[in-house]
Design a protein around this ligand. Sequence first.
Ligand code: S3P
Length: 177
Amino acid sequence: MRNIVLIGFMGTGKSTVGKRLALSLAWDFVDTDLEVGEVTSMSVPEIFRRYGETRFRSEERLVVQRLSRQEQMVIATGGGTVLNQLNWNDLTKNGIVIGLHASLEEIISRIGHKNDRPLLKSTKEEIEKLWSGRRECYAKADLMIDTTQKDIDEVVSEILEGLGRMTNNEFTRVSKD
Ligand code: S3P
């Protein structure tokens, strides 16, 4: 059974939606940022602050290599994970990829004041550049869902419908949560 991999920009809801989706399917959920945190015993902002992005990306790479060998897991990636072609290759070998999109305004309003993301501590123009520069990569997903102004239940239902259409019901909802 394949994994389900959630990709998309920061603040598009990958972790929140992923957790709920995993619950609906009675699958395990895993978040690459949390895994990196677990392995290094540091939070993502702390790794960035003490060792820089390069160290974070190499820890993330090891986590992806390990997780891609698993099955029947919902994997929420970090916003930059699939920009590394090696991560993309590993995750797509055994995973169906769901891309989550949200407008820049929505992203900023979702994460605005409680922003602990090292790469979002810049001006709106810089964030926009990052957001638009990455859209093409996220658009390679097997299924793209716009989460702007949708609640978690709506997004999860759309994903389940899309998965049903694409895979002849390989993924079966077991709970209404
Ligand atoms: C990043 C996104 C973050 C985290 C790190 C880098 C990125 O994850 O992996 O701060 O490059 O977009 P979220 O997308 O879960 O915020």
